[in-house]
Structure formats: structure tokens, C-alpha cells
Design a protein around this ligand. Structure first.
Ligand SMILES: [Zn+2]
Ligand SMILES: [Zn+2]
Length: 422
């Protein structure tokens, strides 16, 4: 018998963690942390034989250094990006030690997409491309004859940096799928529309002699945004002004550049013909940003304007000529959300800053929207049953309904603590 135990990521986005238990082995799929309150799944690590990690975002791997796992499997780029995620978490929370990161790094075994790994006589798995961030994977397992696909975070549509998620997948008995945009109300503008909007907003400010601040998430969003801006500048559709970068996105971008074969072939070709698609990514010279009276673009972490070097640049918002462009979801309680809601004054440090500049939100996402998720379940082989995770309650329940209507298979929406025999 195979049991699935749900430790987190149920009717929530954060601390994704599913345990697969057989007579002889216990395997975790992801072991994430909640980004809003830093909570982690409760695991008895001594009884876990291995953790298989889908990708390097905090909500999928952030809890690993809190435990001592014997073995961690992930793709090559995920290993490098996970190190950055763990270092960021350590700096922010101080809730584990550098030694814990070292221990975790030494337990990692990396694989390529489609490379089969046998964990025991009756358990093997491989990674498919998930199209979400560099190295992101869907995990395909065969456990005591049961075929399980754990999608992780997926993007079935095109992005600048990556190929879309694989849908040409072996047959599936049990599908465990994300539901970030699982409701029919979650239909997002196309990538083209979003890019056009972004460039128009930047152009408007530059033409008026202003500076544009763009807060980004370090892994994924930063590289997409830099690629778009540089592309438009190279083609002459966006005026050439200095682009300044700051924060852990600088490291993350160098990881992207280290793994050319994992990137979208278009980007790979650019790199091979000597063009750096992300532009010259290095730490901003603050003197140039603040003193030079010329338009510029500042791209910096953190994406929700909660900590990170972005805070230093917020004083530019005193000037009505300048603009901040929020490029993703802003969680409640973050400074990003406050700006989105139109606060007139912020206090990132000691001094209060009046917000006179423009605040604009253009929501890019590394997740497929509702239509994209529906296309995904229609493209992959039909499973016998489905389990919906990684979405707010409404999104999870709503997407379960969609799966039931579309595929006519039993669909489950587990809560934390659910145990499901398969
Ligand atoms: Zn993710
Ligand atoms: Zn996630």
C-alpha cells in the first residue's frame, strides 16, 4: 500500500510538503516554508529516506535547513539557486545556522531532466521541465507500481527565459497539481500585453526625465524583467538609459547564465553569439542613481518591497517625476501592498517619505493562469485520480471542480494532516 501524507501546501501557497510512505520507504516531495509567517512543516526527519525538490522557491525548499535529511534530490540549477534561497532566509530569519546550509548542500544529489533515478527496488523517479523558473521540475514517480505526477509550480505558456512545461508525460495514475490561478476568475492578460504595458510605463517616465524603480523577486521575475527591458532597448523601441541592479538577483542572474542549456533556445543562441540577454548586471553605484539628474531604471529585490536593497531607493518617490512599478503579487502587510493601496507616506527606515511619484502594478507571473492550467490537464495523460494543492482555499476547491467537470475523475483537496491511500 502507498500512503500520501500532506504536511503543508494544502489550501495555501506556502510550505508545500507531501510525504509518500510505502512499507519500506518514506520520501518527501518538497519541504517548503510559508513566506508570510515563516512557518514550516512538522517532520520527523530521522524517518525520511529522501527529499525530492521541485524547484528553488522558498515555499518548496525553505524548510530543508531546519532538518537533517540524509538525501536531497533536485536538478543541477535548483541546487545552485536553493543555496541562494537558503542564504537569503538565513540573513532574514537567523532561524538556522550556516552549518545547516552546508549539511544540506552536502546531502544533495543532482539530476538532469528525464534522467531516471532508482531510490529502492520499488521506487524510481525522474524530473520533467515545469517551465516555472530555471531548473524547475515536475516530479514523476513510480512507487510500488503506482505512477504519480507531482507538478510543482508549472507554467504551460511561453516565457522569455524558459521553455513551457512538458506535457508529453508517461501515463499517470495519480496527479498532484498546483492551483495558484485555479479559479475561472483567474484569467490573466497575455505576456505580450503585459510586456507592452511595462515598456509604455517605463517610456513615459523616462521621457519626462524621471527614474523608474522596479522591485522584483530574485529568482525568475528579475531575469524575465531584465530580458524584456534589454530586448526593447536593443531593438530601439525603448530609449537607452542606464539600468542599475541591486540585491540577490545579481547572484541569481549569474546562475541563469551558468546554465545556458537549461534556458529557452532563443536566449541560449543570444548568449552563444556574444549578447548578454540580461544586460550588464552588477551592483548599482548609488552615487550615480541619486546624484545624476538623468533618467534611469533600477531593478532590485525584494519583490514585495519588504526588506532588501529596494528600500534604499524608495526615497526617489519623493519626486513626482519618478515611478515605482510593482511586478508581482503583493502580500498583505507588505510595503508593496501598502504602496499598491495608495499610501501617501512610507517609512522604510527612520525617516518618513512622502509618496509623490507614481505607483503602477503590472502583474507578471511564473504560473500559468486558469486557462493555461486547463490546457495542461487536457494535454497530459488522463490520471485515475487528482489531488489539488498550492492555491488559496477558493482556488483549490474551484480547480478541483474544474478537474471533475473536465476529466470526470475523483478529485481531492487535502488539508494539512490528510492521509490518503492510493
Ligand atoms: Zn515557485
Ligand atoms: Zn510555489
Amino acid at each position: 500500500m502507498v500512503l500520501l501524507k500532506f504536511h503543508g501546501g494544502c489550501q495555501q501557497i506556502g510550505m508545500s510538503c507531501v510525504e509518500i510512505e510505502t512499507q519500506e520507504r518514506r520520501i518527501l516531495l518538497d519541504c517548503g516554508m510559508s513566506p508570510d509567517n515563516n512557518s514550516i512543516p512538522q517532520i520527523d526527519d530521522k524517518n525520511i529516506d529522501a527529499v525530492i525538490v521541485s524547484h528553488a522557491h522558498l515555499d518548496h525548499c525553505g524548510a530543508i535547513p531546519f532538518y537533517k535529511f540524509k538525501k536531497i534530490y533536485c536538478t543541477h540549477p535548483t541546487a545552485d539557486l536553493m543555496y541562494l534561497t537558503w542564504k537569503d532566509t538565513l540573513n532574514l530569519t537567523k532561524s538556522f545556522k550556516e552549518e545547516d546550509i552546508q549539511y544540506a548542500m552536502e546531502s544533495i544529489e543532482t539530476l538532469n531532466y528525464y534522467e531516471e533515478k532508482k531510490i529502492s527496488e520499488n521506487i524510481k523517479f525522474k524530473f520533467y521541465n515545469a517551465g516555472h523558473i530555471l531548473g524547475s521540475a515536475s516530479i514523476y514517480l513510480e512507487v510500488d507500481g503506482k505512477k504519480i505526477l507531482y507538478t510543482g509550480d508549472i507554467n504551460e505558456g511561453p516565457s522569455r527565459t524558459l521553455l513551457p512545461a512538458d506535457t508529453d508525460i508517461d501515463e499517470i495514475d495519480v496527479l498532484i497539481i498546483e492551483s495558484t490561478y485555479g479559479s475561472p476568475l483567474d484569467i490573466k492578460p497575455s505576456r505580450k500585453t503585459l510586456e507592452k504595458q511595462l515598456i509604455e510605463e517605463i517610456s513615459e517616465t523616462i521621457e519626462n526625465g524621471g527614474k523608474v524603480i522596479i522591485p522584483v523577486f530574485a529568482i525568475g521575475r528579475a531575469q524575465e524583467i531584465l530580458l524584456i527591458i534589454n530586448n526593447y532597448m536593443r531593438s530601439g523601441k525603448l530609449k537607452n538609459v542606464p539600468i542599475y541592479t541591486d540585491g540577490s538577483l545579481i547572484h541569481a542572474t549569474s546562475v541563469y547564465l551558468s546554465y545556458v542549456n537549461w534556458l529557452n533556445p532563443k536566449v541560449k543562441n543570444m548568449i552563444e553569439s556574444g549578447i548578454n540577454p540580461f544586460g550588464d548586471v552588477k551592483k548599482a553605484d548609488e552615487k550615480l542613481v541619486f546624484n545624476k539628474n538623468e533618467p534611469c531604471i533600477i531593478v532590485s529585490t525584494s519583490g514585495m518591497v519588504q526588506g532588501g536593497p529596494i528600500l534604499k531607493y524608495l526615497k526617489l518617490l519623493k519626486d513626482p517625476k519618478n515611478k515605482i512599478i510593482l511586478t508581482g503579487y503583493q502580500a498583505e502587510g507588505t510595503l508593496g501592498r501598502a504602496l499598491e493601496e495608495g499610501v501617501k507616506e512610507i517609512q522604510p527606515f527612520k525617516n518618513k517619505i512622502p509618496v509623490r511619484g507614481n505607483v503602477v502594478k503590472i502583474e507578471f507571473s511564473a504560473h500559468g493562469d486558469y486557462n493555461s492550467l486547463v490546457r495542461y490537464i487536457k494535454k497530459i495523460p488522463k490520471p485515475e485520480k487528482a489531488i489539488v494543492m498550492h492555491g488559496e482555499r477558493y482556488q483549490s476547491l474551484s480547480f478541483a471542480m474544474t478537474i471533475w467537470k473536465t476529466l470526470k475523475i475523483p478529485t481531492y483537496v487535502p488539508v494539512k494532516g490528510t492521509i490518503l491511500p492510493i
